[in-house]
Design a protein around this ligand. Structure first.
Ligand SMILES: [Fe+2]
Length: 444
């Protein structure tokens, strides 16, 4: 047994920044896919002490695949040049503001917004703007309009183009709802008081609400002093979700008790005609209890929570117990009813393997990639055309192939999920297991 599984196998960092052009492709890349498939995860620049390394703290590394005119134009991977990376390389610091303490690691998500590319992180970090070719440009607080830090999971409102974020920081006694306008400036913040210091990784929006996860994984001074990670399982804290009206104040939030658990990621949320809020979540039985180096606390299930504001109750049921994380859906439907969702697998003992497609109406689950040694990272849905129906599009995922110790990007038609990929793009090096990524289409 390794001292730290988050430094072994395909969790291990890669050591080189690579640029490769005109990659080998098996199959045919759909010509309408013109843009970049970006991904990010932790990749420590310096060899860490296994006893002191937590998967969530490694320096960020971005991987990108550029598709254009039916060809795989390039692959690149680049460290996000945080203060530890520039110090290690004896380079000048990356310009721009900082928030909080530490080296400004940005390792959790990479998004395109308003024609720009950002590496983002939660709990104190600021976004880092990258060039189209993934080189670090600057830290940003959205032209001085962001009062604190940011999140790794802003939600893009498909109707307005605004970003909605739930932000937390260990020194605050509140969490902060932040709205970033289409001009790339914060137009609104609302502080929501909380009794402790919960880790709030993600949020959800519906037509009228933003959903706040106030769950029992909280900041712990002793853990912060001992390292490597300051948030621990704290079941005495209780578990609840809040509905904050999108146009309300912090005092307008209504709280609803949910079962003791931890949720990094909701798939989506929406309101029904009779005012209930339906939300599908990847539910972990607990978080950062026994495992002090990462999130291995048992198999997360895909659950449905239905919040009834009139009764104050939350009905819960398990949709699939196969072990699900990194839930995605057609993001043109954020905050609206969805029929289809897609998840990566996270089985017992960090078992990463196939991806799943869920028909949330028929309650069926399809699987892709069950062959031994194939390990799929987060499945990203890309509509075939801007007005294509839900599920009419592509699933794109980075895949680690254990037998060859190499990686590919696989493109599937979402409506032939169990079938053969339409394209497999062979990458020049493996892409370590990490966190999140997105398809960033070329600017129109
Ligand atoms: Fe996440």
């Amino acid at each position: 047994m390794s001292a730290n599984p988050y430094l072994e196998g395909n969790f291990a960092p890669v050591t080189e920044e690579v640029t490769a052009c005109d990659l080998r492709v098996t199959g045919e890349i759909p010509r309408e896919l013109s843009g970049r498939l970006l991904r990010i995860g932790p990749n420590p620049i310096e060899k860490p002490d296994p006893a002191k390394y937590h998967w969530f703290i490694g320096n960020g590394m971005v991987h990108g695949l550029r598709l254009q005119d039916g060809r795989a134009a390039w692959y690149r991977n680049r460290w996000v040049a945080d203060d530890a990376v520039t110090a290690f390389r004896h380079q000048p610091k990356t310009p721009g503001p900082r928030h909080g303490m530490g080296p400004g690691v940005a390792n959790t998500n990479v998004i395109g917004h308003a024609g720009r590319t950002f590496a983002i992180v939660e709990a104190g970090g600021l976004p880092v703007e990258l060039s189209d070719e993934l080189d670090t440009r600057t830290y940003t607080n959205f032209e001085g309009t962001l009062p604190g830090s940011f999140t790794a999971h802003p939600k893009l409102d498909p109707d307005t183009g605004e970003l909605h974020a739930m932000v937390y920081y260990w020194a605050w006694d509140y969490v902060q709802y932040v709205v970033v306008g289409t001009d790339g400036r914060v137009r609104k913040t609302v502080n929501v008081p909380v009794p402790g210091k919960p880790m709030i990784h993600d949020c959800a929006i519906t037509e009228h609400y933003v959903v706040v996860f106030d769950l029992p994984c909280t900041f712990d001074v002793q853990a912060a002093m001992n390292g490597p990670f300051p948030y621990v399982w704290n079941p005495d804290y209780g578990a609840r979700v809040g509905l904050l009206p999108r146009d309300g104040q912090g005092s307008d939030v209504r709280w609803f008790e949910v079962p003791l658990c931890y949720v990094f990621h909701p798939m989506n949320a929406y309101e029904t005609a009779d005012g209930q809020v339906v939300m599908d979540v990847c539910r972990h039985p607990k978080m950062f209890d026994r495992d002090k180096n990462g999130p291995n606390e048992g198999r997360p299930t895909l659950d449905r929570w239905v919040i009834d504001p009139s009764s104050g109750k939350v009905a819960t049921e398990t949709i699939s117990d196969l072990g699900h994380e990194f839930p995605r859906h057609d993001e043109r439907r954020i905050g609206k009813p969805i029929r289809f969702g897609y998840t990566g697998s996270l089985g017992d003992h960090l078992g990463i393997g196939p991806i799943y497609k869920h028909d949330l109406v028929k309650r069926t689950t399809e699987i892709h990639g069950a062959e031994a040694g194939r390990m799929f990272l987060e499945p990203v849905f890309v509509p075939r055309t801007p007005d294509a129906a839900e599920d009419d599009g592509w699933i794109m995922a980075y895949v680690y192939d254990a037998p060859s110790n190499g990686s590919e990007v696989v493109i599937l038609h979402a409506q032939d999920f169990g079938g053969k990929p339409v394209a497999r793009i062979h990458l020049p090096q493996r892409v370590p297991f990490g966190f999140h990524g997105n398809w960033v289409p070329d600017r129109s």
